[in-house]
Design a protein around this ligand. Structure first.
Ligand code: AMP
Length: 281
């Protein structure tokens, strides 16, 4: 396995692979890798001849008062995990390698406005921009994204369709801790009391899943989730949204392919979780 830090090195390494007719799998990450990332990398290794993992804490997807400076980093451990999982290349660029002023941005209005976009208004512009750059550089056959970031996955699917980017987007299931908490690099911010409280997100979603039935008002489902979250003193709800899973349009009633997504502060740490369900008469 090779670790590269520059655009030029990445291009050289992948041009050789592509000229040899090899399929390329790309796994974009911000590092501090955990089992959620590992599941994406393992899937990419199973599906492709060559796998590149990018590890880049992308500054443009953080708001001015967010955790860019404190975001956890451990490049050595990340590199070792990629090696163990059978990746071929790790791309770890410095911010100046990815961005030169004046910057070009890629944006999708509409899909980026609701859910996480409401409290993080420039987040998905940063995600779309860095993912487009990575697609341009790696020209992957397939790229792997977690269903944990369901809005991100819906946006990336729309991005590649709308910009005619020839890559297959592969969505991978949410990997959880034994108590239901979705794995996240940001879980490392939680103190022991907050860590004990954090599974309330998955508990609230599990309760919601049980009451879904065709035609039920989504307000009832939202209230059900809100009640479970309200019982946890360390939890403060950012949003509870119930939308059509592909278009992210709000749903009045339970029907079709639904995405139930929540964002909740546990102390000062903002966590997200979701599930999708097909509800048919
Ligand atoms: P991040 O490093 O947080 O930007 O995540 C990189 C990729 O890993 C994204 O596509 C995430 O959706 C995915 N991912 C993060 N956590 C999980 C998880 N618990 N299960 C599955 N995929 C995840």
């Amino acid at each position: 396995m090779q670790t590269v830090h520059t655009v030029a090195e990445l291009r050289t390494a992948l041009t050789t692979a592509r000229n040899a007719g090899k399929s390329v799998g790309l796994v974009p990450t911000m590092g501090f890798l955990h089992e959620g990332h590992a599941s994406l990398i393992a899937q990419a290794v199973a599906d492709n001849d060559v796998v590149v993992v990018s590890v880049f804490v992308n500054p443009t997807q953080f708001g001015p008062n967010e955790d860019l400076a404190s975001y956890p980093r451990d490049p050595e451990r990340d590199t070792e995990l990629c090696r163990r999982l059978g990746a071929d290349l790790v791309f770890m660029p410095a911010p100046a390698e990815m961005y030169r002023d004046p910057k070009a941005f890629v944006d999708i209005a509409g899909l980026s406005d609701g859910l996480c976009g409401r409290s993080r208004p420039t987040h998905f512009r940063g995600v779309c921009t860095v993912v487009t750059k990575l697609f341009q550089l790696a020209q992957p056959t397939r790229a792997y994204f977690g269903e944990k970031d369901a809005q991100q996955l819906a946006i990336i699917r729309k991005l590649v369709a709308d910009l005619f980017i020839p890559v297959e987007i592969v969505g991978c299931p949410i990997v959880r801790e034994a108590d239901g908490l979705a794995k996240s690099s940001r879980n490392s911010y939680l103190n022991p009391a907050e860590r004990n409280a954090a599974p309330v997100l998955s508990h609230a979603l599990r309760a919601a899943r049980e009451i879904l039935r065709p035609g039920l008002a989504t307000s009832v489902v939202r209230e059900n989730i809100a009640a479970v979250l309200a019982a946890e003193p360390l939890a403060r709800t950012d949003y509870i949204e119930i939308v059509q899973a592909d278009t992210l349009e709000p749903l009045e009633r339970c029907e079709g392919k639904m995405l139930v997504a929540i964002a909740v502060y546990i102390g000062t740490t903002r966590l997200i979780d979701n599930f999708t369900a097909e509800v048919s008469r």
